[in-house]
Design a protein around this ligand. Structure first.
Ligand SMILES: [Zn+2]
Length: 751
């Protein structure tokens, strides 16, 4: 059902020209054309993803993360330079207490060591605009690689996980079949009659399209529009009319004779109510949430993917409609969110979102960072010298219990003093714009929903998650005038129908034709052909392009905020060197032990290694709760050598770095403490001494290092040190590994 632009002639001519060596193919050329003149649906999306994966092998990987109940694929397109990046497991061999070189652990992909951004659509099957936005973003990313320096840099150093259709059955039914279906297809007995899927919508006249049925009805709420008799005008409550009243229903009949139409189709679980944060199973309160959290194959696939891909800091979920974005928690009030995250969400991301949409945001959001804040570029903090294995003196990434910035809180009936010090953030402190929302209803203390994906992604996984309800037809139609009369709504519908006539030759609207309904008698079939109606989804063509482009801009900007942890400097100084040493080997045969002298290994060196680690990205390496969430960890830096010939005298094989701030100043917040303070563990170190080194010399080295407790490091820079004894010429390397900030390795030059 897709209608794509057909490339005639020119494609072949251009290709021949390229093959003749006329010009070199541009790295960023569009190898797979994308159309915004129709919805891709499930089938078109799968085709597009496969074409993209074939055409851009070096920067994409198409993976199947699960399968729907009806056997359709849940696909994620990974976009990242597949030649770059590394993960900690590529450098630290896996081992456990009993067994060396543990086998059968799936190695991480190099892109799992890069900062990640998740983007999805089609969680609700009838909200397929999000799928188109995902495909548009894919097109912009892959075609921008090699031609746009910013996009190239992001694909080299970060990773995008794009899942255009979370709910393949719902999207398939909504787009290809024309039955709008929000839920997945769990084939549940919705009407408790012992039968499954026996009363869904029906294509009554067998024309392959689902439209509407209108029939004269004295109780009906509709009349035919005077200006455009194709349109049905809904009467106001108690509105009188002398015209013929009509009822308008979906093209459907009562298949199971229970007096209801379309009450038991394929639909099953609302995937976006099935996540294990604030999940609630009472169908009266939260309909369709499933028998238990993660009981839907779709939510389970996403949970498993996130659990295996711990590098995601941004998680965007595209829904429809309304033209706004909402952030966590849908289930909980803002008091559940760390103030620092609220500042990142509202004052940074919300502000940018409003700017992109060209709408106003609260003036309280225009605030600078607190004095000396933000770990600005160039500001360096010296990292504490620490030893491994020691618990931090206080939790890292500590959430400020009280904000410390300086913008006046909104006056609230005397509840707050205007001009008082202290930033007040969150939906109780300022009026949220219509386009950027906290969906929890603070005034009535009422959740927006239960078991919502973004609540889980933020609250349990630790990503800046948000949902966008794409498409507001009053503002997103290019060229639509503002209608201000009492008839504004019907004026708008007339305009849209005319727009469809002019731009799509009327093919999205079926003329009304007489039809005798088996249950309701004589009437007419016609009206908007599902899935086109402009009500819940962006209209194809320029309107859809406009929506796609705004949200591509927002996602691109979000990607530029990702943390980037890099090793900016590594040095090694040999402080002491013994004479020579030899390797030895002991073998046993019965009662006899044989000691064999091995090759000469050269001396034992005591080396002072220093490394400087910097988060050159904008955001910190975790959300405020970050490293303390189960499954999350602090950033760490490793010094690796041959483990049998390297002894750590000070600074263990790995050292904690806490959560490293980004370069971006968070309004109202000074840079938070990062690494935990640590002290020397002399006794442990002394016990680890290699043979052959005079103890008094080691003592001297340790004292020269100043091994007392030091204050926690702050800002976006960490300086770490190790004192190691190495036998022979063991090569050393430093590896910094941040769950969401990236993994990097540098060789240590030993002179
Ligand atoms: Zn939705």
């Amino acid at each position: 059902m897709m209608s794509r632009p057909v490339r005639r002639g020119w494609g072949a001519i251009l290709l021949a020209f390229l093959l003749s060596g006329g010009i070199a193919p541009d790295a960023g050329a569009q190898r797979v054309p994308i159309s915004i003149d129709d919805y891709h649906g499930y089938t078109g999306t799968q085709e597009y993803l496969q074409q993209i994966a074939r055409a851009y092998r070096g920067i994409t990987e198409l993976i199947e993360i699960g399968e729907s109940n009806m056997g359709r694929k849940i696909s994620v397109l990974v976009i990242s330079n597949m030649e770059t990046g590394t993960t900690i497991d590529a450098h630290v061999e896996l081992r456990n207490m009993r067994r060396e070189n543990v086998q059968n652990v799936t190695p991480m992909k190099p892109y799992q060591g890069k900062p990640g951004q998740w983007i999805d659509g089609g969680t609700h099957g009838n909200e397929y605009t999000g799928t188109e936005v995902c495909l548009y973003i894919i097109d912009k990313l892959v075609t921008g690689y090699g031609s746009d320096s910013q996009i190239t840099d992001l694909i080299d150093n970060c990773v995008f996980y794009i899942c255009p259709i979370v709910n393949p059955d719902g999207v398939y039914n909504s787009v290809e079949v024309g039955i709008p279906q929000r839920q997945n297809s769990m084939m549940i007995d919705d009407d408790d009659d012992g039968a499954i899927n026996e009363d869904g919508p029906d294509d009554l006249n067998g024309d392959g399209k689902l439209t509407s049925f209108r029939y004269p009805d004295p109780e009906g709420q509709y009349v035919i529009d005077d200006e455009d008799p194709r349109l049905m005008v809904r009467l106001g409550r108690n509105e009188e009319t002398t015209k013929q009243r009509y009822s308008v229903i979906r093209e459907d009949r009562d298949n199971d004779g229970d007096g209801r139409r379309g009450e038991d189709g394929e639909r099953g679980i609302d995937v976006n109510r099935n996540f294990p944060e604030g999940w609630y199973g009472d169908d009266n309160e939260q309909r369709g949430s499933g028998y238990y959290a993660a009981s839907a194959p779709e939510s389970r696939a996403i949970l498993e993917f996130f659990t295996n891909h711990t590098n995601i800091l941004h998680a965007q979920s595209f829904h429809t409609s309304g033209g706004f974005t909402y952030r966590p928690f849908a289930r909980w009030p803002d008091s559940r969110i760390a103030n620092k995250d609220l500042a990142v969400y509202d004052l940074i991301m919300g502000k940018k979102y409003c700017q992109l949409l060209g709408v106003e945001y609260p003036e309280e959001w225009d605030v600078e960072a607190a004095g000396g804040a933000g770990a600005g570029a160039g500001q360096r903090a010296v990292g504490a010298r620490r030893t491994t294995g020691q618990a931090p003196a206080r939790p890292t990434g500590q959430v400020p219990t009280r904000p410390t910035g300086q913008f006046p809180a909104r006056q609230q009936a005397g509840a707050r003093q205007a001009g008082a010090r202290g930033v007040s953030v969150g939906s109780s402190a300022y009026e949220m714009p219509r386009q950027w929302r906290h969906p929890y209803n603070d005034s009535s203390d009422r959740p927006y929903g239960y078991g919502i994906f973004i609540d889980w992604a933020y609250g349990q996984y630790g990503a800046y998650s948000m949902t966008t309800e794409l498409w507001n037809r009053s503002v997103d139609f290019p060229g639509m005038p503002e209608f201000n009369t009492a008839d504004a709504r019907i004026d708008q519908e007339r305009w849209i129908l005319q727009y469809q006539d002019d731009n799509f030759g009327g093919r999205f609207f079926m003329p009304w034709t007489r039809y005798r309904h088996p249950d309701l008698g004589q009437g007419e079939l016609g009206g908007w052909i599902a899935p086109y109606s402009a009500s819940n989804n962006a209209f194809p063509g320029e309107a859809l392009r406009h929506v796609c482009d705004v949200h591509w801009q927002f996602e691109l900007w979000k990607a530029t905020l990702l943390p980037r942890v890099v090793i900016t400097d590594v040095s090694a100084e040999v402080l002491y060197e013994t004479g020579s040493a030899s390797a030895g080997e002991v073998t046993y045969s019965g009662d006899t032990a044989t000691i064999r002298r091995g090759e000469r290994m050269g001396g034992v060196k005591v080396v002072l290694v220093k490394a400087t680690i910097e988060n050159q990205g904008q955001l910190a390496t975790h959300i405020a709760e970050g490293a303390r969430l189960a499954g999350n960890r602090q950033d760490a830096v490793w010094l690796l050598g041959d483990r049998d010939r390297t002894t750590y005298l000070q600074g263990g094989v790995w050292q904690r770095l806490g959560t490293i701030d980004g370069a971006l100043a968070i309004p109202g917040f000074p840079s938070a403490g990062g690494a935990g303070a640590g002290g020397a563990e002399r006794a442990q170190m002394m016990a680890n001494l290699p043979p052959g080194i005079p103890p008094e010399m080691l003592q001297q080295f340790m004292q020269s290092m100043g091994m007392s407790d030091e204050p926690a490091a702050a800002g976006n820079v960490r300086e770490v040190e190790w004192l190691v004894a190495i036998e022979g010429n063991v090569p050393l390397k430093v590896i910094v590994t941040s769950q969401k900030g990236g993994t990097q390795v540098r060789d240590v030059p030993i002179r």
